[in-house]
Design a binder for this molecule. Sequence first.
Ligand SMILES: Cc1cc2nc3c(=O)[nH]c(=O)nc-3n(C[C@H](O)[C@H](O)[C@H](O)COP(=O)(O)O)c2cc1C
Ligand SMILES: [Mn+2]
Length: 491
Amino acid sequence: MSHPDPSLDFRAFLDELLAAGDAVAIEQTVDPHLEVGAITRRAYETHAQAPLFTSLTGAEPGFRILGAPAGLSSLPGERHGRIAAHFGLARTSTPREILEHLVRAMHAEPVPPVVVPSGPSQQNVAVGDAVDLERLPVPLLHQEDGGRYLGTYGFHVVQSPDGAWTSWSVARTMLHDRRTLVGPAMPQQHIGMIRQMWSERGEHTPWAMVLGAPPAALAASAMPLPEQVNEDGYVGALTGRPVEVVRTLTNGLHVPASAEIVLEGYLSSDESAPEGPMGEYHGYAFPEGKHQPVFHVEAVTWRDAPVLPVCVAGLPPEENHTVWGTMISASALDLLRTAGLPVDLAWCSYEAATCWIVLSIDRARRAALGWTRRQLVDAVAEVLFPSHVGWMVPKVILVDDDIDITDVNQVVWALATRNHPATGQYVFPDAPGIPMVPYLTPEEVRTATGGKSVTDCLLPEDFRGTTASFRGSYPQRLQEQVLADWHRYGY
Ligand SMILES: Cc1cc2nc3c(=O)[nH]c(=O)nc-3n(C[C@H](O)[C@H](O)[C@H](O)COP(=O)(O)O)c2cc1C
Ligand SMILES: [Mn+2]
């Protein structure tokens, strides 16, 4: 790999961020105990460059951390540049361009990975008793966290016992001791389903975790593709070339050859330990943690001078919004379109912390279908709510396609001016809920209920107003002239 593809090689992706001025190499020694988290949080909240921590208190020389790997950028015209770079797209790509790219690959033939004999991910090796996760710079990310998190921007690799389904999925893992981690493997997520298959055979689940993964693979691992779909084949379709993988040293799984750090071992079928709390994607930290399954690490391999990427979850925008939210948007868009619904675009506004998804409705196609609001709302609910992707987002907002739903200001305007306070809210109390969001009662959390809603912000069919704005209120020729003369006016 003389010229690695940045979408398939985290190190090349990092070099590209540095070259674009969208990452900053911090030479000063920084403490993984809260300081890495504080700097990364501020970078998210100010849309500053991704911090690359090159000198870490207590860490082995050479070990590095990259914060905010998919934060928003302040570079002109490149707000979504870091996200677009995950897929090898131009840094100036718009959300719509990113979504259409992701949807196209869902309809392409999967390109399965190719096994190569060796790769940089195995340049350094610790097996068995030599495994010591404390050698890695494991950060305490928020002062309210119940432990230090190693896996905040990595993916799990597991496989169904018959070998037919390989699942790559992002979920957090907390350091438990020198050789174990602890973290969620929810039954609604594919890792939980595959763990259940192994448990039924009375076995632990062979497992690996990939940190500093190929960026396109990381994003695909945060995508709610349907059950039985291998994320690795989707990544190949998305990037146009197979992911190069190596066989793990200990358990027969395959992991990307370019990964920065790989953990190998098994996910216990019966053992659990306290995990969390942790500052979470909805923007809150709860006072208590939970018991979660234990992951046993039997080997660690790493590239020379490895880089651990970290997501410091919390108030938007961070990767739970920019990556998970974007991948949910693409999955939902494809699902709804494939079902024949008149959906123009789907977008989990980053500002809404992946708790709502906005759908813009193609007005002409809706009119051709002749559906009432209620029929449209019910059709959306019927397709979306029982699906894997639909489970993740509790609230849906419908707007007409004159609204650019990737601009939250327009969504707020539509919510305020188009939603009827008495008749515009549809509730689906029995729809399965994601048991994470802060407004749920303890009983709803326990039973994964809480329901879903659809907020109708469609204009009345007989609405005769127009939008009073620069774009709406002037002849096209005048608009063009004003834009052409803008600097001449003295602006
Ligand atoms: C930074 C980040 C952290 C995430 N953390 C978790 C997590 O801890 N638990 C979880 O169930 N999903 C988490 N997700 C979302 C899952 O990756 C996502 O729902 C994905 O679809 C799961 O894979 P699956 O569909 O193959 O089950 C996270 C996503 C991102 C981007
Ligand atoms: Mn999956």
